[in-house]
Design a protein around this ligand. Structure first.
Ligand SMILES: Nc1nc2c(ncn2[C@@H]2O[C@H](COP(=O)(O)OP(=O)(O)O)[C@@H](O)[C@H]2O)c(=O)[nH]1
Ligand SMILES: [Mg+2]
Length: 239
């Protein structure tokens, strides 16, 4: 066991408008838990001063650190953060804090019997028509991922709230290679190959304003990403 119990890794791309509130929201819970932790914001070459704003916040919060990087995509950003994390447990969470951080209270006990506890988004049904469109796209992605990539069923690969043991994070992310948005699918593909013990845990999910996900890109580009993962898998790159 190392010195740090929990690493919270937050990938960020142009999040100056949402990240300060997220950091403010998660800090009381992390401090209250009296565990050693670090928050690692990995910036993906943002052009909106996400880095400067985070550095300002970090001046009054020694557990917070920022890793600025050139723009490569969410997969590359998460990979960097997961491998740079020093905690015994590594949480990957979205910058807009869609799942309350205290959901970890329900997830940590499950880590006794597994290597990875992944959130499954439980929707309130109050997302309106824009939320409905995105959910349909999400379900289509899940269906395609099952047809093209997955060998086992996955309840929800796209949830931005996943907890790993450090060992599991190192094993999975050292093998990951997808730089963009399909990285979640690749994570499960690798995990299945490594016989990772995964527990799926329903978590509260609150869709926040300001999503940066481009629906058109999802529909056009993602299937190619899925075939890429399948080919890499067939070539044995995930073992
Ligand atoms: N590194 C990186 N992160 C991204 C990119 N696009 C979105 N994200 C991050 O992905 C997370 C979820 O983004 P969000 O726009 O809320 O997506 P949604 O909730 O799925 O619609 C946030 O932490 C974003 O900063 C990107 O191009 N690069
Ligand atoms: Mg979001």
């Amino acid at each position: 066991m190392g010195d740090i119990y929990l690493s919270v890794v937050i990938p960020a791309f142009n999040e100056s408008h949402r990240l300060p509130l997220t950091l403010k929201e998660i800090r009381p819970w992390l401090d209250y838990k009296a565990m050693t932790y670090e928050v690692v914001v990995v910036d993906d070459g943002s052009s909106d001063n996400t880095v400067g704003i985070c550095e300002g916040i970090a001046q009054g919060w020694k557990e917070l650190r920022i890793e600025p990087r050139p723009h490569l995509g969410k997969g590359a950003t998460v990979k960097h953060g997961a491998l740079a994390a020093r905690g015994d447990f590594v949480l990957i969470m979205d910058a807009d804090h869609p799942t309350p951080i205290d959901s970890l209270d329900l997830m940590f006990p499950l880590m006794r019997d597994c290597d990875m506890v992944v959130g499954v988004r439980a929707f309130s049904g109050e997302e309106g028509s824009s939320g409905l469109g995105r959910r349909i796209i999400g379900l289509l992605q899940q269906l395609l991922a099952h047809i093209i990539v997955f060998k086992k069923s996955v309840a929800d690969s796209q949830c931005g709230f996943k907890l790993f043991s450090r060992d599991c994070a190192q094993k999975i992310f050292s093998r990951s290679r997808v730089k963009g948005g399909m990285y979640d699918v690749e994570i499960f593909c690798i995990a299945h190959n490594l016989n990772t013990r995964i527990y799926s845990k329903p978590v509260k999910w609150i869709n926040k304003e300001g999503s940066t996900i481009n629906i058109l890109r999802c529909v056009v580009q993602d299937p190619f990403g899925l075939f890429y993962i399948r080919i890499m898998d067939e070539l044995g790159r995930y073992r």
